[in-house]
Design a binder for this molecule. Structure first.
Ligand SMILES: [Zn+2]
Length: 370
């Protein structure tokens, strides 16, 4: 029997609260308290994704797994202990804000450890050969978090915590992180900036978040020079632009690096109806990018591929993007059809836009000798 895809989930992750906000604006002054979910990084995007998998029958055909929270030792491989102390103290005291745009509530320290624990367990199980591949529905997300500072809704660096645990346990050498969240994966970049063994690639909307943006020229430093790659895309880009960037840069760069494991930082906020970005991807874009990653993983790392959830703020639409990714990972097709696909497809950028973006991607590829 072929090994199934594992899906790592814990309801606790959905109990992390980001306090009272309207989208990303703290309530008060001119900002009216919201009527609904409030903060953009709400549990509903993730809960509805998992619920759609349950209703479609997809969950029942996967290995549904829980995981223990990441340990203090796991966290300290990546994070400054003083940051962890500060985060825990604030969490114990009822929550607050100890970084940039990363509010949290009571108990979020323990919940963030669970979020990291799901990513860690997913990587561990795939490296142990238990599953063909895995998806971790981690929340809070991780890719903006620095070693010593919370940022952009991210409180712990879930993927680096998972990678460092795997390195400690399995002695795995070369790992690639492909970040297709629409925002720049600055946290992962900064943690690995001087490391040659973890190749970090971020595909994102140019200059969207965070401020103090880091772009294509930032290729790593010291021993890590060349092991960091940013592929900024122009606002408005959609399916064709994403796939061109994947085929022209991301896939050949991965082929050259020859990873033993690929981890995807999978935000779904490049979709066309996300409130926090201006790209026009749809569920088939995420499905196709998953296929591309599976093909590289098959060629170089025995199929070892782990996808970890990051951003994505359109409650109605994230579930269809996530569902497509897990369908593709598992090779299982359900009856679910994306009800927004036609609406987004007719609004894709023109050939003029595409040619412009393609030229920029070609320039980047040439600079990389790809
Ligand atoms: Zn994002």
């Amino acid at each position: 029997m072929t090994r199934p895809t594992a899906f790592f989930f814990d309801e606790l992750c959905l109990w992390h609260t980001t306090g009272q906000h309207a989208l990303t604006l703290p309530v008060g002054g001119w900002v009216q308290p919201p009527s609904g979910a409030g903060h953009a990084e709400s549990p509903e995007t993730k809960r509805r994704f998992k619920n759609l998998m349950d209703v479609s029958g997809l969950s029942r055909r996967l290995a549904l797994r829980g995981a223990p929270p990441a340990t203090e030792e796991d966290l300290r491989r990546v994070h400054d202990p003083r940051y962890l102390e500060r985060f825990k103290a604030a969490s114990d005291a009822g929550g607050g804000e100890i970084g940039d745009t990363a509010p949290f509530g009571a108990g979020s320290y323990e919940i963030a450890k669970m979020s990291a624990g799901l990513a860690l367990a997913a990587v561990d199980a795939v490296l142990a050969g238990e599953y063909a591949n895995a998806y971790a529905l981690s929340r809070p997300p991780g890719h903006h978090c620095l070693a010593d500072r919370a940022m952009g809704f991210c409180l712990l660096a879930n993927i680096p915590i998972a990678i460092e645990a795997a390195k400690a346990k399995y002695g795995i050498e070369r790992v690639a992180v492909v970040d297709w969240d629409v925002h720049h994966g600055n946290g992962t970049q900064s943690i690995y900036y001087e490391r040659p063994d973890v190749f970090t690639i971020s595909l994102h909307q140019d200059g969207c978040f965070p401020p103090g943006y880091s772009g294509f020229p930032d290729r790593g430093a010291g021993a890590g020079l060349g092991a960091n790659l940013n592929v900024p895309l122009q606002p408005g880009g959609g399916h064709a632009e994403y796939l061109y960037a994947m085929q022209r840069i991301v896939v050949p760069a991965l082929e050259r690096f020859r990873p033993e494991l690929i981890v995807v930082a999978s935000g779904f906020d490049a979709n066309a109806v996300d409130p926090l970005a201006r790209m026009q991807a749809h569920s088939e874009t995420f499905r196709a990018m998953t296929t591309a990653m599976m093909e590289v993983a098959d060629r170089h790392c025995g199929g070892r591929l782990v996808i970890v959830h990051e951003g994505g703020y359109a409650e109605s639409y994230v579930p269809f993007c996530g569902h497509a990714v897990v369908e593709q990972l598992s090779g299982i097709r359900t009856g679910v059809e994306d009800p927004m696909l036609d609406f987004i497809r007719v609004q894709q950028p023109s050939e003029v836009f595409h040619a412009f973006q393609r030229g920029l991607i070609d320039d980047m590829a040439r600079a990389l000798d790809l």
